[in-house]
Design a protein around this ligand. Structure first.
Ligand code: NAD
Length: 284
């Protein structure tokens, strides 16, 4: 989507962090913006912070519930007409030691991070296809959806799935002129480390790992890296460029270490395939 001014963006998780920065970047690019979020106070403040010179609204929305997203989408259509750009960005972090992750935590993280993206696509794709004015879908995954760093974790599982469905969606939507971008950030300075603030009651209380356990120490270390992470505005600028250039992947972090992690994973996969081929070959 080269031409953004005058078009409409819908951003889930838009009250904070990366989502709010995306909303700001879209508003500055002349778009109308609907921020959708589960956190009422933060949402109100976010809309106020952007609404000076731009058409920006907010709508309460829980992405785990398809009806809630449909209601939020209707609010966007009523306010602005057609929606062209959808950012399925709402996300939560959760997990701890291998044996301590409850099923409720698995369900919460998968419901928000994976099913939230699925609900966003199901809600908006027929609309974007139907109005025929072009469009773009941005799904927020993570480097945790690319490397195997965190291992057995609902967060990484959800983000691997988001990468996969984005890649598949990009192939299916290219002929329709609808672009897809999957955002894979490293550490960004946001409130993701306090994600438990929005954990719905039905998933039960969040489990905090013992700070002295290996999982507790890892969590503290990751939270510290998050606090010294990238400015969300830098992430939003890269996403804006990717939408304009119709790029599938956005990697905000590209140090030697991040690259090495990907190379290790891909090398191990290819080596296993080579071994299988050698076993299957009569000569080999
Ligand atoms: N911060 C990082 O280091 C980092 C790195 C990689 C990926 N990400 C991803 O970026 C996305 C945005 O997270 P962030 O880092 O800006 O964190 P954040 O906590 O600042 O923002 C997340 C937003 O999602 C909202 N949200 C949570 N549950 C929701 C629900 N059920 N329905 C609707 N909204 C809900 C929150 O209220 C919040 O406003 C997430 O998908 C996250 O996994 C973040």
């Amino acid at each position: 989507m080269h031409q953004l001014a005058g078009k409409t963006a819908f951003v889930t998780g838009g009250a904070s962090g990366i989502g709010l920065a995306l909303g700001r970047a879209f508003a500055e690019a002349g778009m109308k913006v609907m921020l959708a979020d589960i956190e009422a106070g933060a949402l109100e403040a976010a809309v106020k912070s952007l609404a000076n010179d731009a058409e920006v609204r907010g709508v309460l929305c829980d992405v785990t519930e398809p009806e809630s997203l449909e209601r939020a989408a209707k609010a966007a259509f009523d306010a602005f007409g057609n929606v062209h750009l959808v950012c399925n960005n709402a996300g939560v972090g959760g997990g701890s030691g291998i044996d301590e992750i409850s099923l409720q935590t698995w369900r919460w993280v998968l419901d928000v991070n994976l099913m939230g993206v699925v609900h966003g696509i199901r809600t908006f794709l027929p609309h974007i296809r139907g109005h025929g004015e072009g469009g773009h879908i941005v799904n927020t995954a993570s480097m945790a959806g690319m490397n195997s760093g965190l291992g057995f974790s609902p967060y990484a599982a959800s983000k691997f799935a988001v990468v996969n469905i984005s890649e598949g969606l990009a192939k299916q939507l290219a002929p329709l002129g609808i672009g897809v971008t999957v955002l894979c950030p490293g550490f960004v300075r946001t409130r993701i480390w306090q994600a438990g603030r929005n954990r719905q009651e039905r998933y039960g209380p969040a489990h905090r790992p013992d700070p002295e356990s290996a999982a507790g120490k890892l969590t503290a270390q990751l939270a510290e890296l998050g606090q010294s992470g990238l400015d969300p505005a830098d992430v939003a600028a890269q996403v804006l460029a990717a939408i304009r250039d119709n790029e599938l992947y956005v990697f905000t972090h590209h140090s030697r270490e991040w690259r090495a992690e990907l190379e290790d994973r891909f090398d191990a996969i290819l080596a296993a395939m080579d071994k299988a081929a050698a076993r299957a070959s009569p000569t080999g």
